[in-house]
Structure formats: structure tokens, C-alpha cells
Design a protein around this ligand. Structure first.
Ligand code: SF4
Ligand code: SF4
Length: 362
């Protein structure tokens, strides 16, 4: 079977799985991870606060850091294969690009300038996250908007701008495949930087220069050319290898100079990445949701105050940190008139200047 179809089938399954996971998170709450907790970029936004005391930003968990380190290590070995073969958002843009037959490409000069944009966005996202100690980009992030499409009209309040950007990049992707990945995605920029030292490359030797590989590349690059752009932009999708009409093999995926079959590369990278996540989850290093109250009580593994989430009620918060309700009210400076069934991030509805996140940090 054609490797391209197998890859599209894998990406299709990942997109459907991401939609189901997002739906479960929206409808059933924190039992299922939020998109923030399972995005490697979230780990980078969290890095500064995590390093300063092993705390985590709101909506992020220790498992988000594990995911960051796993993703970066994986990228150092396999290049941007996460973008090409695993990321559901990138897959959606690639699928959308197949709907409309006519595509436009940006001229070489503007293409290079636009590609720099995502690195600038990466710097802004990280700087603002570290300065504000929050996931600052969230309201403007089209990936967050995509993950909240099940929220109905509520999405307009929380992610209205992100939704607008999402619609725009989806429409542009109709005529310019993976426009978002090429020019705007800060996670892609992060992976691009780390892929510079990866031994995984597309290698092309003297060929008839028919140009089919470059035309088919969803990232709009000319595969096999030794340029920084080609190194940082290749997402390891193997499309260029598969479309080459040459009878003798002139283009291939290579790892440390050794040829790797396209099918092995695509299936292998997906299995290794998802297998590593499953393994880390089994040994308890991939915690991306709030543990259940029962498991906290039974195991006595109480949370630190800093790890409390705004979606917990006051009563749950006290139980999660192993305090009496009375002590918790005192510690968190919550007036006793606020009922214990109120969520921590809704205390401000009773006490206007109450800031739960500032209080727990204090
Ligand atoms: S560039 Fe961003 S959206 Fe595109 S595949 Fe990579 S991580 Fe996903
Ligand atoms: S160069 Fe080849 S493997 Fe890399 S992104 Fe383009 S088509 Fe995919």
C-alpha cells in the first residue's frame, strides 16, 4: 500500500482522537487533559516557573514538562517528525490543502521573511509567559480555539480572537498547504531549532531534476538541498520520497547517512513517540490531569498549594492539600461567608479583589 495513504490514515486517526479527547475534556472536565497540558510548547512556557520551584502555571502539570523534554529529545533524533506524522493541527492543515486544486506560493524573498515570523512569535510567546507567569497566548491561540470548538458560544468569550485566527488560517490553507506550520506556529519554530542538530535528513543525489518532490512538499521546500531552511522546515513526511518517479532511488529519508524506508520512518516515529508517552505514563511521569480526590486521600499524596487549580471547589482544595476546611479558609484568606462549594477561581464573584492565583503563590 502507498506510504502516503498509510500516513494520511494515521494522521486521520490522530485528528479524530484529538477531537474526542477535546470533547471529553470540555464535557467531563479535568479527568481528561486540557490542550494546554498536552502541548509541548506549554512546557516551554512553564519552564521558568517550573525551574524556580517545581511549580506549574495554571492548567499545566509536571507531565507537561515531561512532554516537553520528550518532544525535544525526539526532535534531536528524528527531526520535526512530530509535525509531519503526529501533530493533529498540522494534519488538519495538510488535509485542508488537498481540498482545492489551485494553490499559490509566496515568492522566495517573502517566503523566507514570513518563515522568520514564527521564530518571532516563539520569542514573544515565551517572553510573555515568563513575564506574566501565565499562558499569555491562550486567548489568541488558534490551536486552543480548535480544542474548544465543543464549548459552543462560550468559545467567543474565551477564545474569540483565537477562533478568528483559526478560521483565517484554515481558509488560507485551502490554497497554501500548512500555511500555519510554515509561517506562524511557535511550536514548529521550537522543533525547527532543535532539528538543526538532528541526524535525520532527506537526502537527494543527482537526479533528473523533474521538480516533482519540491512540488509535492507540504512545507514548500526543495528537498535534499543543504540549506538551513530545508533542515529546519522539513517535517519528515516522506512525501517527496514517495512521489519521485525515478526508477533508481535518488531521494530517501536518511538517519546518520543510512537510508531508512519511508514506511518504517513514518510508522516507526509514530510508534516510538506514542510508545514513549505510554511508558512514561505507566511509570507515573506523565501526569497531565489533576489526580482524583480518592487517589490523593488513599495514597496520602497531597498537592502543594501552588498546584491547586481554579476549577476545584474550596472544599476540594482543602482535601487536595490535606488541610481542615477551617485551616484552608484561613491559609487562603477566604472570608467564611463564601460557601465551600464555590470554585476557587469564582471566589472573586463574592470578594471582588480576591485573586486566587496571587493568593496561592503568596
Ligand atoms: S508546525 Fe505547529 S501546527 Fe504545524 S505540525 Fe508542527 S507543531 Fe503542529
Ligand atoms: S522535504 Fe520531503 S520529507 Fe521534508 S517536508 Fe518536504 S516532502 Fe516532507
Amino acid at each position: 500500500m502507498n506510504v502516503r495513504y498509510i500516513r494520511w490514515a494515521i494522521l486521520g486517526i490522530i485528528v479524530v482522537a484529538s477531537l474526542i479527547l477535546n470533547y471529553l475534556h470540555i464535557t467531563l472536565g479535568n479527568v481528561f487533559p486540557s490542550v494546554h497540558a498536552i502541548c509541548p510548547l506549554g512546557g516551554l512556557e512553564n519552564l521558568q516557573v517550573w525551574m524556580s520551584g517545581h511549580a506549574n502555571l495554571q492548567k499545566l502539570f509536571s507531565g507537561t514538562m515531561t512532554l516537553l523534554f520528550l518532544s525535544l529529545g525526539f526532535t534531536i533524533i528524528f527531526g520535526r517528525a512530530i509535525c509531519g506524522n503526529i501533530c493533529p493541527f498540522g494534519a488538519i492543515f495538510e488535509f485542508i490543502g488537498k481540498i482545492y486544486p489551485k494553490h499559490f506560493s509566496v515568492s522566495e524573498k517573502y517566503d523566507l521573511l514570513l518563515r522568520v515570523l514564527k521564530y518571532i512569535i516563539l520569542v514573544i510567546v515565551i517572553a510573555m509567559a515568563w513575564i506574566t507567569a501565565s499562558i499569555w497566548i491562550s486567548p489568541y491561540d488558534p490551536y486552543v480555539a480548535y480544542a474548544h470548538i465543543w464549548s459552543g458560544a462560550e468559545i467567543l468569550n474565551e477564545n474569540g480572537i483565537g477562533l478568528f485566527i483559526l478560521v483565517v488560517v484554515l481558509l488560507v490553507s485551502l490554497v497554501n498547504t500548512r500555511f500555519f506550520c510554515k509561517y506562524l506556529c511557535p511550536a514548529g519554530a521550537m522543533f525547527g531549532i532543535f532539528s538543526l542538530i538532528s541526524p535525520t535528513k532527506v537526502t537527494r543525489i543527482d537526479c533528473m531534476e523533474c521538480g516533482k518532490c519540491a512540488k509535492s512538499c507540504p512545507m514548500g521546500i526543495d528537498p535534499g538541498r543543504k540549506t538551513v531552511k530545508n533542515t529546519t522546515e522539513c517535517v519528515g513526511c516522506t512525501t517527496c520520497v514517495e512521489v519521485c518517479p525515478s526508477k533508481t532511488p535518488v531521494i530517501s529519508m536518511t538517519f546518520a547517512g543510512k537510508k531508512v524506508q519511508s514506511l518504517l520512518f513514518v510508522v516507526g516515529t509514530v510508534c516510538i513517540f506514542l510508545g514513549a508517552i505510554a511508558l512514561l505514563n505507566t511509570v507515573g511521569l506523565m501526569q497531565v490531569t489533576v489526580p482524583s480526590l480518592e487517589s490523593v486521600q488513599q495514597g496520602g499524596n497531597y498537592l502543594n498549594l501552588i498546584d491547586l487549580k481554579g476549577s476545584m471547589t474550596i472544599e476540594e482544595g482543602a482535601t487536595y492539600v490535606g488541610m481542615s476546611l477551617e485551616d484552608f479558609y484561613t491559609m487562603m484568606d477566604i472570608p467564611v461567608t463564601v460557601p465551600g462549594s464555590i470554585k476557587l477561581n469564582e471566589i472573586k464573584n463574592y470578594v471582588p479583589d480576591y485573586d486566587f492565583h496571587a493568593m496561592k503563590a503568596k
